[in-house]
Design a protein around this ligand. Structure first.
Ligand code: 6PG
Length: 250
């Protein structure tokens, strides 16, 4: 059963990024001490870029050689495209680190189709986490954004891929997503994987997200995929700036 989410609100973006770096470091160091590895999946979009840049410059002593970075989702475009999530992550975070190449797990988008990419990424998850069919990976950290329409990852309202699976053991780990109102076909982790993580952290900023933050964080309106992020035994944290939190009552 999910514990109540933790909500942190910051007036100052620098303080918010310092909090995120501290949280990343604490979680990562604990995982590496306990299990020798830290497996994290990160989202794209615009919100986390500042955090990624500051994380790259602030954590030279962090054990990146024992850290594996995955993508939460990807747009089905060449990684050279400006809208590529991996392209952004490489620019803002990875290029500043000396991570072993084998520790970086991105979603291939030069395949025949998004379905092929989803299948290949799912196989990579199964291999890395040493799973058999029906088992679900346990990420140590998953960073999520929140769209104004209530999507997260590439799980959009009304999309069958965004439904909470009745039988997680038979659920896909990675799906291909095509929506008429969404630019680019997408490849995304499913809620089955996201809700199996040890720590899930939403990073949301800006007044344009205030209304959806209230619907998701306070109302827990299950009409929105982001509200269905309810880690079964992990921690759920919302890290918000004051603009994004401006419609919360508490
Ligand atoms: C993507 C992201 C997506 C993002 C939200 C918020 O591929 O776009 O994974 O889920 O986190 O759309 O995007 P912004 O941070 O740009 O508002």
């Amino acid at each position: 059963m999910m514990t109540d989410p933790c909500i942190h609100v910051f007036d100052d973006r620098k303080e918010m990024n310092s909090f995120l770096i501290k949280k990343w470091t604490e979680i990562g160091m604990e995982c590496i001490e306990r299990r020798g590895v830290f497996a994290a999946a990160l989202s794209g979009g615009g919100t986390p870029t500042e955090f990624y840049r500051e994380l790259a410059s602030a954590s030279s002593a962090f054990p990146w050689d024992k850290t594996h970075i995955f993508l939460v989702d990807e747009r089905f475009v060449p990684i050279s495209e400006a809208v590529s999530n991996f392209g952004m992550l490489r620019t803002c975070l990875l290029s500043g680190l000396n991570m072993p190449p084998g520790n970086i797990h991105f979603i291939m988008t030069d395949t025949a189709s998004p379905v092929t990419s989803a299948n290949e990424y799912e196989e990579e998850l199964m291999s890395f986490f040493g799973l058999i069919v029906g088992e679900v990976p346990v990420f140590d950290f998953i960073g999520l954004g929140l769209g104004a329409d209530g999507h997260t990852a590439s799980l959009f309202p009304g999309s069958p891929e965004a439904e909470v699976p009745l039988a997680p053991e038979s659920s896909r780990l990675v799906v291909a997503v095509r929506r008429d109102n969404v630019m680019y076909a997408r490849v995304s982790l499913t809620l089955t994987v996201i809700n199996n993580a040890r720590d899930v952290v939403f990073i949301v900023t800006g007044g344009s997200k205030a209304a959806i933050v209230k619907r998701v964080v306070e109302d827990r309106d299950m009409g929105f995929p982001a509200s269905r992020v309810e880690p079964s035994s992990g921690n759920l944290t919302f890290v918000l700036d004051s603009e994004a939190a401006s419609m919360l009552n508490k």
